[in-house]
Design a protein. Sequence first.
Length: 131
Amino acid sequence: MRVKLNYLPQWFLQRQNVAQLYNQQLAGIPDLLLLVTDPSATHVYHLYVFRTTQGASLQQHLTEQGMSTLIYYTIPPQQQTYAHLAILLGTYPLAEELAPTCLSLPMWPGMTQERILAVATAIRSFLGDRG
């Protein structure tokens, strides 16, 4: 397992390059809010997440195109893991508002430019921006 630690800097750079291309390709699409990284910070992009009010339908569209996506924490805080806490809806209104708007795109070290462009094109076609 430790042998993989030697690859982390290379994988982080590859993930950053994937994110940079996603950022370029997805900029300016209506109903898409890209997350911004503080210029003084370094992001390793374990996930590439953005916000849209059409998260579930966009996810379905991408799935139909053979592109896996995830919506994390779809019903906070009513996840099964926290059922024993009996947290009521409305307890965390901001989390409840944001959760269904966040969608995570395919992201891995070594992801090809062709694949990134295919994902971006599918998103643009669905959200109506063919630019």
